[in-house]
Write a protein that binds this ligand. Sequence first.
Ligand code: F6R
Length: 609
Amino acid sequence: MCGIVGIIGKEPVAAGLVDALKRLEYRGYDSAGIATLESDGHLARRRAEGKLRNLETRLSEMPLQGTIGIGHTRWATHGAPTENNAHPHVTASVGVVHNGIIENFRELKDELKAAGAHFETETDSEVIAQLVAHLMSKGANPQDAVASALERLKGAFALVFIFEGHDRLLIGARRGSPLAVGHGDGEMFLGSDAIALSPFTNRVTYLEDGDWVVVTPDTLTIHDATGAEIERPVQTSLASALMVDKGNHRHFMLKEIYEQPEVIGHTLANYLDMSRQQPKMPEDLKFDFANLDRITITACGTAYYAGLVAKYWFEQYARIPVDIDVASEFRYRETPLKAGGLAIFISQSGETADTLASLRYCTAEKQHTLSIVNVRESTIARESEAILPTSAGPEIGVASTKAFTCQLAVLAALALEAARVRGTLSTEEINRLSRCLIEVPRQTSVALHAENAIEVIAKDLAKASDVLYLGRGLSFPLALEGALKLKEISYIHAEGYAAGELKHGPIALIDEQTPVVVVAPSDRLFEKTVSNMQEVAARGGRIILITDGEGADMAGDYAAEVVTMPKVDPFVQPLIYAIPVQLLAYHTAVVMGTDVDQPRNLAKSVTVE
Ligand code: F6R
């Protein structure tokens, strides 16, 4: 979602602001803008609808020279994505950029209007600028005005302010949305994440929820939610050392699909003892699998599908019942939880608002909270009792690919650990399944060989307006994930179903125009899925079968197209079959000519409800 940045520099900061915003593009946005304090002491801004190149064009026509400024990529919530609604919002005395939602903006707007404020936009964010300006007009200095304004704001936000007449002062605040401070040499930076700060510095201070910070070129004063001054550590961020370019690939998404053998390998290395061929978990996990009678899993989107796969693993191999729900439902469901239970949260960004709210609910319900996150400094990571980080590296493509398979890698090792502790699998079986996991990076490399065949199939799939995905057992979550991936990047309508549900409704959709992607490795459920394929074929449906060599021999005749995967143990199938569904969505989107890495309307990190 929105990305924010602020710089106090020695030289003009406009180019640096845009550079930082480019690194925040992956979060998703539909307009952008910057504001600087010019040498005449006035705030000046440039804003543009659409991509950052439009803002760059605007800046080349009308450059800004200020050495202090703020910038923003906006993902519209309140008000259309027009230039007029784009941030920064400025008044005569203050400029602000905002990531989040101000829930009580109507009430504040009415109050400020009654006091004479004139509003120009449809946004919730403008009230922040107007409120601070109002307080300053009554005599408050910038710090006091921001402190008082923060007390009035309800909702989630990260904010950065600049002030007319104060060319060496930035103020930032975070409640619900992340904000980090970058330490330079006589320069200071604020940004939504360490990736935004990576062109300038790797010395980063992560603000805690409720913090607000007064920044000058050489000083940083942090106040916590009570207003008390507080120290936060300076950490060395890895973001600048990590590759955040596309390499030789046309899109970040394709690069990230191809990184999977490597990053799954890195992730597994943390959770598997390769020589003893068994899972290895951090020693500080405080729950005891032997005495657990239930696990609760909560996540959103693709991360939820990773959790759904894990439900099959925990139930089948470790014999622990699992409740799983999307976080947006779970957080309000008021589900009763027995104290001492285990609640698992899965989130690439570690900032997803609904998942975070679910974590807080479970903490209040006295659950052990364990989070699988890709961003270790994230809010979910910090608020969890324990974390099992994935080693996917920065995921820039909005559609999650490598984070998903790395989440699966962690969850597979965790399920094996649960089975080991509970004695539900023999040592030999644990060793065998661990060996299957160790083989996954190599098998995913083999799965990538299907790209050329998939590219050809995608040309046809791109002509469809609806696509069905079917799968059974562990392949059911993959069918859901395949459909989600196709929808989000190609904009073709797609639905995933449990293959056995076909006759209960979806079969009515089958006709010659509706391709059906069947995810069906040759496992114990294969024949049942083949029966469903026959039902589709009998009604003229065009089947794209994703299976292994054995499956292709047995059922290839029912399919118009077959994508062949290496034959693997059922335990690790989801990690392998993720690859073809990702590639199919990717190549279909390329044929459709969509913006693969930043699909319309989507945000990478969903920090509002
Ligand atoms: C789909 C996708 C989203 C995310 C979801 C959760 O490709 O990327 O569905 O999986 O928004 O995000 P995180 O994992 O950051 O909590």
